[in-house]
Design a protein around this ligand. Structure first.
Ligand code: PMP
Length: 406
């Protein structure tokens, strides 16, 4: 595998800074990744040369900015292998994408007595919108559990499907357990019953090659900031047949076609779901991030991160008293753990003082924490710019935590 880690790290300016006089070790990539110079430069280039509102102008800058925005949409379409640019909706992140579908799909397709299925491992952003939509519409939310390794059971899911099921909404990769769900099989099973499936890809798209036509998912949602792109950017992929039928989510701006005193007609896809002035500079950065990922190759990224995960799992397993949450053989590159009965916040504070950024707490997955009967975990989540040497420092830091708090 041609993976020049030193060259890659040199692309990320923040990785050369120090924290508490120690070189930064950044293991909080599941919360947000760092940005390469290429992304930062794309934003600066946009503001220094092309800044303008898009879609509504005939002058040079407006046309240029519009073309660049639509070119980014084409790049994203190719990156996830969608059929058509009209299936790519820009949002401000996975959360907005998920809320959009819950609200709009709910209004169009969910009636009193219907059911929606999700899982216990969901991030709040893919749980609460369905919970609230079901409450509003008099529908029932069915929640699939997990086994000891942190995996769902497709057989159990099959048992939940019935003629009242309107949608399955589940994560591609758990942000707490790291589990990669067998989404392709689940989608095939659901489609045998004509049930559409939404995949929360917030932790999927930056770690694995994603092909929405191969998966045959009906919706796929993700955030730019977890894939080396700016905050405030995100994507909703949806099959045209559903997006066409769903009512607009927000009103105003480019989503309008004609307004009369007593009614309004709406723009075609994808603009129907893009109300107001969008985050154009963010999309320029997202475009640059995707070019960067393509250059590295998603297969290479997945293979390197898998090596990191295996190395870290082996090294951390050697620490007595450590307990892992999420031990599936099919995992993305993150490890959630607790050290004896040490509270995750206390562990996180000491690890931080050693220059290592890990995340502690419930990771926006309270139903999962309740089912595991724990207050939270310490989570180290890896990206392709992390190294085995950094993992060794984490092991030393955890040993220090034990020494100080046991
Ligand atoms: N789903 C998952 C699985 C996540 O990990 C996150 C972010 N932690 C989200 C959804 C929400 O993403 P955002 O905050 O970028 O909208």
């Amino acid at each position: 595998m041609n993976f020049n880690i030193e060259r890659i790290r040199a692309d990320f300016p923040i990785l050369s800074r120090e924290i508490y006089k120690r070189p930064l070790i950044y293991f909080d990539n599941a919360a947000s990744t760092q940005k390469p110079r290429q992304v930062i430069d794309a934003i600066r280039q946009y503001y220094e040369h092309d800044n303008c509102n898009i879609h509504r102008g005939v002058h040079y800058l407006s046309v240029k900015a519009t073309e660049a925005y639509e070119e980014a949409r084409r790049e994203i379409m190719q990156f996830i292998h969608a059929r058509n640019t009209c299936e790519i909706i820009f949002t401000k992140g996975a959360t907005e994408s998920l809320n959009l579908v819950a609200s709009s799909f709910g209004k169009r397709y969910v009636r009193s007595g219907d059911e929606v299925i999700t899982t216990i491992m969901e991030h709040h952003s893919n749980f609460v919108p369905w919970q609230q939509m079901c409450i509003e519409r008099g529908a029932t939310l069915r929640v699939l559990g997990i086994n000891e390794s942190g995996e769902i059971d497709p057989g159990e899911l099959k048992g939940l499907l019935n003629e009242k099921t309107r949608l399955i909404a589940m994560t591609h990769v758990s942000n707490v357990l790291g589990t990669i769900n067998p989404v392709k099989d689940i989608i095939a099973m659901a489609h045998q019953h004509d049930i559409p499936v939404l995949i929360d890809g917030a932790q999927g798209v930056s770690h694995l090659p994603v092909d929405v036509q191969d998966l045959d998912c009906d919706f796929y949602c993700f955030s730019g900031h977890k894939m080396y792109a700016p905050m405030g950017t995100g994507v909703l992929y949806g099959k045209e047949k559903y997006l066409e039928e769903m009512p607009p989510y927000q009103l105003g701006g480019e989503m309008i076609k004609d307004v009369f005193l007593d009614h309004t007609t709406f723009n075609e896809l994808p603009f129907k779901f893009e109300a107001g002035t969008p985050n154009v500079e963010g999309v320029m950065g997202l475009h640059a991030a995707i070019l960067y990922l393509k250059e590295l190759g998603m297969d290479n990224i997945a293979a390197y991160e898998d090596q990191l995960l295996k190395y870290a799992t082996e090294k951390l397993s050697g620490i007595s008293g450590i307990k892992f949450y999420g031990t599936s053989s099919h995992k993305a590159s993150l490890i959630s753990f607790l050290i004896g009965d040490i509270h995750p916040y206390d562990a996180g504070m000491i690890i931080d003082k050693l220059g290592i950024a890990v995340r502690t707490g419930h990771h926006c997955a309270m139903p999962l924490m309740d089912s595991l009967k724990i207050p939270g975990t310490v989570r180290a989540s890896f990206a392709f710019y992390n190294t085995m040497d950094e993992v060794d420092h984490l092991v030393t830091a955890i040993c220090k935590v034990k020494e100080m708090l046991s």
